[in-house]
Design a protein around this ligand. Structure first.
Ligand SMILES: Cc1cc2nc3c(=O)[nH]c(=O)nc-3n(C[C@H](O)[C@H](O)[C@H](O)COP(=O)(O)OP(=O)(O)OC[C@H]3O[C@@H](n4cnc5c(N)ncnc54)[C@H](O)[C@@H]3O)c2cc1C
Ligand code: SF4
Length: 320
């Protein structure tokens, strides 16, 4: 590990633009040990007080430092946003969730093995160096929204549920603002090292959830083993039925793209319709129309189709 200067902040305002934030440290410390990230200045934000879940109009404001375990167990979240509790509990392990924070979870880096191996070419770690995953081992890589420069996935489970819930990210810094989570993470294009819309000196202060929508909420994660594994594919689904038809539906997908993925055309195709296997098959066709595998991750295309079909059956109360 390289030398660095460590300081503690008591506010998120006025963070030095050249500093790297550390929250729970569950991702950043590993990256520093592997010298994938070599920050010269670390600012610890755990003393900034952003560690509460509060009512925000009809919704919730979740401070960036709220731990994943506390968020999953919060009574309002369990009652009104169960898809979020389910997604959080599907992630990592109990010990990690006790340390991992809301902001850190959104900002965690990809699990592409070539990103972690500093001997390998990686455009995300060293812009312009190339991408060793292309032509390499691709089992965990993306099938949607990829570019010739990067095919990595975003590893968060929590973010997938937040996307289905229409969450917003509250940003603090020189230009304080709120950004829909759908616009917070970026696709790789030719700048895979730029992963979010955050600018130097900015930080996540909180995540805001709109009023609860009710309905049936599910998070399904397919992975290589039952715990302590990242998603191969995952789906957060919320459906509100109306007289036997799909009145409202939100679907977000993990493990398949550089960012948590949502495709409104799939939802629009389902809204107002009576659930049926044919309808679900058309929804999967729409979702996967531009999906592209790269060798070992091709299995994700039929896997995502089957998982979507099963989840749609579940949330619309059809028997699979
Ligand atoms: C073995 C293992 C298994 C895991 N399995 C899963 C899993 O199945 N599903 C899953 O979703 N996650 C999983 N994780 C990831 C874990 O959830 C993340 O490491 C954690 O959420 C990161 O939060 P943190 O507070 O520790 O962030 P840190 O490690 O402190 O920071 C991570 C990144 O976020 C930045 N950051 C932190 N807070 C802010 C802020 N407020 N504003 C701007 N930037 C910020 C940091 O600068 C850093 O780049 C796993 C991790 C491990 C080690
Ligand atoms: S897929 Fe992205 S993260 Fe992985 S090696 Fe290629 S550029 Fe790096």
């Amino acid at each position: 590990m390289r030398e660095f200067v460590y300081s503690r902040a008591d506010t998120l305002k006025g963070l030095p633009p050249d500093a790297t934030i550390i929250a729970g440290g569950t991702n950043l410390v590993d990256l520093m040990k592997h010298e994938v990230m070599t920050p010269g200045k670390l600012v610890d934000i755990t003393g900034t007080g952003q560690d509460r879940v509060e009512c925000d109009g009809d919704g919730l404001r979740i401070g960036t430092l709220v731990r994943n375990s506390d968020l999953a167990a919060h009574p309002d979240v369990r009652r009104d946003y169960p898809v979020l509790t389910r997604a959080l509990l599907a992630g990592a392990s109990g010990q990690l969730r006790n340390m991992a924070t809301t902001g850190g979870n959104l900002m965690q880096r990809t699990r592409c093995p070539y990103f972690y191996d500093t001997r390998m070419a990686c455009n995300k770690r060293s812009p312009g160096a190339g991408c060793a995953a292309l032509g390499g081992i691709t089992r965990n890589h993306a099938i949607l929204g990829t570019s010739p420069h990067c095919i990595a996935t975003h590893p968060s489970d929590m973010a997938v549920a937040l996307l289905a819930l229409d969450a917003e990210v509250e940003i603090v810094g020189p230009s304080p603002r709120r950004v829909p989570l759908a616009a917070f993470h970026r696709l790789p294009e030719d700048t895979p090292h730029l992963e979010t819309v955050l600018q130097p000196g900015e930080a996540i202060a909180a995540v805001r959830l709109p009023a609860p929508v009710g309905g049936i909420q599910r998070y399904r994660k397919v992975r290589d083993r039952a715990s302590f594994a990242f998603a191969l594919v995952s789906i957060a689904a919320i459906a509100v039925m109306d007289a036997g038809r799909i009145g409202r539906i939100a679907l977000a997908f993990g493990g398949v793209a550089h960012k948590p993925w949502r495709d409104r055309s799939v939802e629009n195709l389902l809204i107002g319709e009576v659930p049926s296997p044919e309808l679900f098959s058309r929804a999967a066709d729409a979702l996967l129309s531009e999906a592209e595998g790269k060798g070992a991750n091709e299995f994700k295309i039929p896997l995502l189709r089957r998982t979507l079909t099963a989840v749609l059956h579940e949330v619309t109360e059809e028997t699979p």
